[in-house]
Write a protein of this length. Structure first.
Length: 216
């Protein structure tokens, strides 16, 4: 496997050859994969799936530097990268950071909290924390793909804020996909949260219970 120094060193029209099966062809014919946990993109042989090339996934700074250096692919990516950077900055700024940002719910006994997910009119995904059964809104912030770390952070803040009144943070079925994403074993890192029961989430329509994120 050949490791390229930059994502923009990948040239679609360049030739590659597979030592495993003998395939020869253009880089554009390789099968790309994104390994988000290691921040690497790989390009695999279309015949035997052996990895032939790998590159680091570019940061926003990498795109800007490559674009300034005249790389046409980076220049084409720059506008979208800057829009994504603004979006991620806004999402980060809206995160729950401190327990005292959570409302005083006046809880009198152990309470189950539901980690749910909804899609708005602009197709943005929102993480919604509610109390079980009555569905009282506790917190709302934008959803991250592979958001299991946010789950752990918010659970800790719920425990800090509500103390003995906190019983458990569980996930709705429609939110579970985005929690783990493509990271193997991600949910086990946060104790593999239990799925909420229909009794705990009567405020979710029956047709929505197993809908994928973004489904209407």
């Amino acid at each position: 496997m050949k490791t390229l120094g930059s994502f923009y060193d990948f040239i679609p029209g360049a030739s590659s050859e597979c030592d495993s099966c003998g395939w020869k062809g253009a880089n554009r014919d390789l099968a790309p994969s994104i390994l988000s946990r290691t921040n690497v993109a790989t390009y695999d042989c279309p015949t035997c799936a052996a990895t032939l090339l790998s590159t680091p996934i570019p940061s926003f700074s990498d795109v800007r530097i490559a674009a300034a250096a005249g790389n046409p692919r980076a220049q084409a990516d720059l506008q979208e990268a800057e829009a994504q950077e603004r979006e991620q900055t806004a999402m980060k700024a809206a995160e729950l950071r401190a327990a005292d940002e959570l409302p005083d719910l006046g809880l009198t006994g152990p309470t189950v909290f539901i980690w749910d997910q909804e899609c708005d009119e602009d197709r943005h995904q929102w993480t919604i924390i509610r109390t079980a059964e009555v569905g009282r809104l506790v917190w709302r912030e934008r959803t991250y793909w592979e958001g299991y770390r946010r789950f752990g952070s918010i659970r800790s803040l719920l425990i800090e804020r509500y103390g003995p009144a906190f019983d458990e943070l569980v996930s709705s079925s429609r939110a579970l996909l985005w929690l783990g994403g493509d990271v193997p074993g991600a949910l086990y890192e946060i104790g593999r949260p239990r799925l909420a029961t229909a009794h705990e989430t009567p405020w979710i329509r029956t047709t929505d219970r197993h809908a994928g994120p973004g489904d209407g």
